[in-house]
Design a protein around this ligand. Structure first.
Ligand SMILES: *Cc1c(COP(=O)(O)O)cnc(C)c1O
Length: 339
């Protein structure tokens, strides 16, 4: 029997029994391999170590109300990882290998899938790296794809309780024609220092502006930003935003709920006009924001009356979670049951 306190799981690394790996050599992908080691053996001149040839994904498998395990829109993660691979010139992982890898890693670690109803899930981390040696700046000829998994609790310790964020302009996450739109480690490296400072200053995360003219909202740390104004769901459109699968799903649910949806540039100047704001992504699903402080001007924007999330954010969150856990009908066919 596993002795895990499912209710107080952090969002962090958790050792499980198995991971899976697949190698690209001589122009083709090999067979998927199962490993019980947490370590990889790698050439010291691997391009991922020197030139940032790496991309990752994050996804969750949920234990449903019916006891079945569901994985949410896995094919979108597979597609996005192929786009990330193209973006930094890596071998693309075929969807079939991606599918086999995630299903295998879930099955092998089935006992680590948390029970229904605690807000916990089995987090999957697919990772693609340039493993072949190069010293000149060029793409590797060998790649390694792996997927590991571990149970996680909610991303923010507050759970679905409103957090405070800080909007900043002295750090950029990604350049307009850079790599902001793909899920590569370099973007995260650029965000570590401002995120760390934001946390030290008391905020759950920071909101980055677009780096071209800093007039628009880009991302809320490692998550997309959205706002509700009247009966409209608004989310930034930008060349340097990572297209969030959670956000894409929330836009659909918003439409299903009868809300209008706007995908457009969102000016910092609009922050005072919104009724509700939040961040969204796989890790937190939705984290409502109660307060945004503009670090440059000291201006404060407040959203959640009585310190609770707004009605639309709550409904969007509850609906998406219910679909992911099989408690609400999956009308768009987003889940795949892991059998
Ligand atoms: C992964 C990620 C997101 C969220 O994407 P989901 O597909 O919803 O998990 C948002 N922003 C950034 C920068 C990300 O890396």
């Amino acid at each position: 029997m596993l002795d895990i306190d499912w209710k107080s799981l952090p969002f962090g690394y958790f050792k499980t029994d198995y991971n899976v790996r697949c190698y690209y050599r001589n122009g083709k992908w090999g067979e998927l391999e199962i490993s019980s080691s947490e370590y990889i053996n790698m050439h010291m001149a691997a391009t991922c170590l020197h030139y940032g040839q790496e991309a990752f994904e994050g996804m969750k498998a949920y234990r449903g109300k019916d006891g079945k395990i569901r994985i949410f829109r896995w094919n979108e993660n597979a597609k996005r990882m192929r786009r990330s691979a193209q973006g930094v010139m890596m071998a693309e992982v075929p969807d079939e290998i991606f599918r086999e890898a995630i299903f295998k890693v879930i099955k092998l670690n089935e006992k680590f899938v948390p029970p229904y109803g605690l807000g916990a899930a089995l987090y999957l981390r697919p990772l693609l790296i340039g493993s072949g040696p190069e010293v000149g700046v060029k793409p590797a000829t060998e790649y390694m794809f792996m997927v590991f998994a571990g149970p996680v609790g909610p991303y923010f310790k507050e759970g679905f309780n409103p957090v405070e964020m800080q909007v900043i302009s002295d750090y950029d996450r990604a350049a307009p024609n850079g790599t902001g739109h793909i899920k590569v480690g370099g973007n995260y490296a650029a965000s570590l220092r401002p995120l760390h400072r934001g946390k030290q200053e008391g905020f759950a995360s920071v909101i980055f502006r677009n780096s071209a003219d800093r007039r628009y909202i880009d991302e809320a740390g490692p998550a997309n930003f959205f706002a509700i104004r009247g009966d409209t769901y608004i989310t930034p459109d930008s060349v340097s935003i990572l297209p969030s699968i959670t956000n894409m799903s929330l836009r659909q649910i918003a439409k299903d709920m009868g809300l209008k949806v706007e995908l457009r540039q969102v000016a910092i100047d609009e922050l005072g006009d919104f009724d509700e704001v939040g961040a969204c992504g796989t890790a937190a699903v939705i984290s409502p924001i109660k307060r945004i402080v503009d670090r440059d001007t000291g201006k404060v924007f407040e959203y959640c009356k009585d310190r609770i999330a707004g009605p639309y954010s709550t409904k969007l969150y509850v609906t998406l979670r219910a679909i992911q856990e099989g408690a609400e009908e999956d009308i768009h066919g987003w889940n795949t049951i892991v059998e």
